[in-house]
Design a protein around this ligand. Structure first.
Ligand code: ZN
Length: 382
């Protein structure tokens, strides 16, 4: 039995997301290019304990910003210290995926300008990143805050995604998922030290095995699918359960980073508006959100950290992933579009009836309001 969770570095006295659902997880082993995947020197930017003490009574929403240094909604300036345009383009294309979910913007600037994140492609060894914002004084401008390696060399999309998304996760404040306070990895320490023998035992303990103090982290349920998790072969655990390598942001990665760098809540959808890939509808208690992803309208439960329902779009005539989905109210109907092809989710029998707006209830149902009255409530299919 594996408990799932994910956590983000922050100094908080209250845990805003804390899930405890149980899950069974089977893993299979797969080969991995370790050099591309392991971070050699993560977590250099640990904050001193005195800082944590000073923030004991602060609320989570603001302390996470003060810890990581990034303010929700801000533009983070990023530059490359070396590497060529091919490397740069790969990094830009993949890294920006975090900003689909986090309310942050990435601006890539020339190497001559000041930047918050400074990426070394060639100099140094391994892949690593500081956590959160690091000093960006003029003297620091030639020193990297992240190293990625030459991603264009014998290019492999999966390996590049694994490294780039992982290191940018650290830059946004995420710890290694293995260190989640609720992780249940049954380490065989002797074998783990041997497996990670390019590092000292102290480094393996600190960066991979030891769980993070719950008073200094904000976390949700342990998530073996997180991009922040290392590949763990079953041969270095006592119970024979390993963790496969990940190349993408997991569902929990996406929803968790959304919570840490939130956009303003959208509580209603009106005729003439669309719920598309750029926004989402939230319940007033913020426990649920409704949003579109490829071919689907999805309902996510933040409290239990899981998807709770979905409607499939009508993809019979149009199943290209690039064709956009959106939810729209038209007269007496609530329609889920895939390109120009709608699927009717609700239709009032009277064609003259007008839906004024929809909301998402605190229990995750889609409420249809007309003339100030709740006319119907739709429960999403599981
Ligand atoms: Zn790492």
């Amino acid at each position: 039995m594996i408990k799932k969770s994910l956590f983000l570095a922050a100094i908080i006295s209250q845990l805003t997301i804390s899930c405890s659902s149980d899950d069974h997880s089977e893993t299979t082993e797969q080969p991995l290019n370790e050099e591309m995947y392991l971070c050699s020197f993560d977590l250099r930017n640990q904050i001193p304990d005195v800082h944590a003490q000073n923030n004991k009574t602060a609320k989570s929403g603001s302390t996470i910003e003060s810890w990581t240094g990034w303010k929700t909604g801000q533009t983070i300036r990023i530059k490359f210290l070396d590497g060529d345009v091919t490397d740069h383009d790969i990094v830009k294309r993949i890294a920006v995926e975090w900003t689909k979910y986090a309310n942050l913007k990435f601006e890539f600037v020339p190497a001559t300008e000041n930047a918050d994140i400074r990426i070394a492609i060639i100099q140094g060894a391994g892949a690593w990143s500081y956590m959160g914002k690091y000093t960006n004084t003029p003297q620091q401008q030639k020193l990297p805050t992240m190293r990625l390696g030459q991603v264009s060399k014998s290019f492999n999309e999966e390996a590049a995604r694994r490294t780039i998304l992982h290191e940018f996760g650290h830059a946004l404040g995420l710890y290694h998922e293995m260190k989640n306070p609720t992780s249940t990895i049954a380490w065989n320490r002797a074998k783990a030290y041997k497996y990670f023998d390019q590092y000292s035992q102290e480094e393996v303990d600190r960066q991979i095995i030891e769980k993070t103090d719950i008073n200094r982290t904000n976390y949700s349920k342990y998530d073996p699918l997180s991009i922040m998790h290392y590949y763990i072969p079953s041969s270095i655990t006592l119970d024979g359960i390993g963790v496969t390598a990940q190349n993408d942001l997991s569902e929990i990665d996406k929803r968790f980073i959304e919570k840490q760098y939130p956009r303003d809540l959208k509580l209603s959808l009106y005729p003439g508006e669309r719920l598309d890939r750029n926004n989402k509808l939230s319940s007033p208690n913020d426990n649920y959100s409704l949003f579109v992803e490829v071919n689907k309208l999805k309902l996510y439960n933040y409290k239990d950290c899981k998807q709770e329902g979905e409607f499939l779009a009508n993809i019979k005539f149009n199943n290209f992933t690039s064709t956009k989905e959106y939810l729209e109210i038209i007269g007496n109907k609530l329609l889920l579009y895939k390109g120009s092809v709608p699927r009717t989710l609700f239709e009032h029998p009277n064609p003259l009836f007008k839906i004024d707006y929809i909301t998402l209830s605190d229990s995750g149902k889609i409420n249809l309001i007309s003339q100030g009255i709740l006319q119907s409530s739709i429960e999403m299919p599981k």
